[in-house]
Ligand binder design. Sequence first.
Ligand code: FAD
Length: 467
Amino acid sequence: MRNTSDGLSIAPGRAATQGLNSPAALDRAALPDSEYDVVVVGAGFAGLTAARELGCRGLRVAIVEARDRIGGRTFVAEQDGQKYEIGGTWIHWGQPYVWNEIHRYGLTITESLSGAADTMSILSADGLVTDTAEAIGTDLEQILTAYCDIDGAQGRVAFANPHAASPELLASTDALSLADRFAMIPAAGRQRDLLLSFLTMNAATDPAKGGFHDQLRWWALGEYSADSLLKRLGRYKIAEGTSALALALLKDANADLALGHPVSQISVVDGAVRVRTKAMEIRCKAVVVAAPLNVLGDIDFTSGVSHERLAAQRERHVCAGTKFIARVDRSVGAWVGFAPFPNPLTMVVADREVGGKSVLVGFGPDDSIDLGDIRLIESELRKFLPGVVVEEVFAHDWTNDPYAKGGWTWFSPGQTSRVLNELQTPAPPLFFANTDWASGWRGFIDGAIEEGIRSARDLLSYLRASR
Ligand SMILES: Cc1cc2nc3c(=O)[nH]c(=O)nc-3n(C[C@H](O)[C@H](O)[C@H](O)COP(=O)(O)OP(=O)(O)OC[C@H]3O[C@@H](n4cnc5c(N)ncnc54)[C@H](O)[C@@H]3O)c2cc1C
């Protein structure tokens, strides 16, 4: 198995080692040709799905990826027989596109311990409170229901179809930040802290910067219940790892792949497209741009893209979360910890146990944890788990990663109204596919696959019409 230069591991007494062993790291340095039917820019789930859809229909497809691996904001690191999901991890049968692919490729699921936690803790200004998961879950259910109840029907009427917000709903909710909405409801004590933790976890930023509309969308996608939403957000993982799904899509795409080639320029000349990297120029009939929103501004679209679309592409989403995996010296059981903003760690969950020791996953907002500092991570974890010793950490700094520049998607107040429609509109022969502007599970693996399917469909119609 090869190493990707993404990610790092640290153990006490040794400096952080950059790079992780991953099945997603492949040896594909160059394309064998310079002319294709379609070039797909980016080998995340959106790009790989688009390539599979197009390749299966007999088109000659090249995938050009900036990194030395496939999978984008997901990849599995493997060490000592253990799999560590460094980015996107959890999936659910309520996420239809990814669930379809799980069945298609014969993959299976496994559960994180935290998905059926028996104990939860909240780190508040008054100290650490630990209670049964049932009691804390009831508090979260009550306060999140109040927070999302915009129509006296827990949002079920106003946001009946979470894949398509009505103009009226956007007009009444999109301008609000998470903090604006928080100020509108009575929340006190433990429920207040829990709600602030949950909102910060979801947006991975200061609640004053994250938009309320995205929280409502998650709520509606989660069947208007905190319990049901939590199961969709953090219980079931692909047992074989997310990279196994990425590799299955790549195999089916039958496409040529070049890794380590950031695309710098895309231009349309007389209806044909040129895709440029430092080392290559590729000609094609159409392109699927499957790079994330926060890096689209780094690609020079010399022609073929309207001013309105360019403006929408320049407005970045605000999710800037950190995630790390820490192997600790003890078992903490099926446990979850919450802490409200501005704590550097918003949520810590017990994923599994190996040899009687827990593997924890920690999340924080706004890039507030130095992922290269194991002592800092340990001291933050000790606020939840006094005396705990961290034996090893695995992480990747997604926010400062030049090909992500952020975590999962979270729009700022008003951003959905300002940019979503523009981002979803193709500019033939350029087509755009990324979870960052999906209709449904935007910001999730599911949304990436949705986008790959939609963009391939649009591109095929365009090629048929232009024959
Ligand atoms: C820490 C973290 C935790 C997450 N947890 C979950 C979770 O539990 N469940 C879930 O469903 N989702 C989760 N997500 C979100 C999920 O990982 C993403 O929504 C999904 O993987 C995005 O897929 P994508 O193909 O749309 O975009 P990406 O995965 O970002 O793929 C885009 C690709 O384009 C490439 N690229 C960028 N610029 C260029 C360029 N100039 N030239 C060529 N290539 C370029 C990138 O390198 C990348 O490979 C998480 C994300 C993060 C970061």
